[in-house]
Design a protein around this ligand. Structure first.
Ligand SMILES: Nc1ncnc2c1ncn2[C@@H]1O[C@H](COP(=O)(O)OP(=O)(O)OP(=O)(O)O)[C@@H](O)[C@H]1O
Ligand SMILES: [Mg+2]
Length: 248
């Protein structure tokens, strides 16, 4: 597993000669084994932050350091990072279980792949559908497969970009519970982007509010899991976050 220390991270895009500062100097420490939720208005740089973290986008400036709990620095090659997008992006010609194990096939022994795939199929309630193709399953199930694919890879750092955004309320709640259970059992390091303030409070042990490419505020959440939206402390935190994000 790995944590990450982000210092003065910047990313500037050039859109037809016009410079857009998507990240304007992000400073943030994500501890190993923590679940950090990132909230902020559309266009504040959430996706860009994740894409820079996993190397899909090159940073313009600043530093990214990966560290473990013993405070040893790790090279980018030593850290396995995986990203889950808003849509599942499954391969239509592969079955559910093949999609989940695909990225491991050339790196891990076949028996280990089989064992991991069957473990996560079970955890995510997908065993019955292991031989189905993506077009034969629902959107919520497809997103669970995408999550299973990431978990099978056993990354040190999981990045999630509104992974539950396209789901109905029922599936969303179910996956939130499953995610929390997996997180608590395996103590993964997760950075989870969401538009939804309630989701940010339900899941995160730290909430990071972004605005215009910088960290507006970091809010530690010490409420025990599973959290109750009717709880007074939950309500107070929601009000605090909303007033923070709704002011210009
Ligand atoms: N590939 C790109 N090329 C040019 N500009 C980009 C690119 N990706 C993002 N941007 C710009 O960077 C800024 C931040 O975009 P980003 O996608 O990170 O926002 P976001 O917080 O994820 O928004 P949303 O909540 O709508 O997903 C925006 O102004 C966007 O136009
Ligand atoms: Mg985005």
């Amino acid at each position: 597993m790995a944590g990450v220390i982000i210092k003065n991270l910047t990313k500037t895009f050039d859109i037809q000669g016009q410079k857009v500062k998507a990240l304007a100097g992000i400073n943030l420490a994500v501890e190993e084994g923590s679940f950090v939720t990132v909230v902020g208005k559309s266009g504040c740089g959430k996706t860009t932050l994740l894409r820079v973290l996993c190397g899909l986008e090159e940073k313009t400036g600043g530093t990214l350091s990966f560290v473990n709990r013993a405070n040893n620095f790790l090279t980018a090659e030593q850290v396995r990072i995986s990203i889950v997008f808003q849509e599942p992006r499954l391969m239509p010609w592969l079955t559910v279980q093949e999609n989940m194990g695909f990225s491991l096939l050339n790196h891990v022994e076949k028996t280990v792949v089989r064992e991991r795939v069957s473990r996560y199929l079970q955890i995510l309630g997908l065993t019955k559908f292991k031989d189905a193709y993506p077009e034969q399953i629902s959107g919520g199930m497809a997103q669970r497969v995408a999550l299973g694919r990431t978990l099978c890879y056993e990354p040190d750092l999981i990045l999630m970009d509104e992974p539950l955004g396209a789901l109905d309320a029922f599936n969303r709640q179910r996956l939130q519970r499953e995610l929390l259970q997996i997180f608590q059992e395996n103590k993964k390091t997760v950075i989870f982007v969401t538009h939804d303030v309630d989701e940010a409070i339900l899941l995160g042990n730290k909430i990071v509010a972004l605005e215009k490419g910088i960290v507006l505020q970091e809010i530690p959440v010490e409420l025990p899991y599973p959290r109750n939206m009717k709880d007074k402390n939950f309500f107070t935190l929601r009000e605090e976050l909303l007033s923070l994000l709704l002011t210009d």
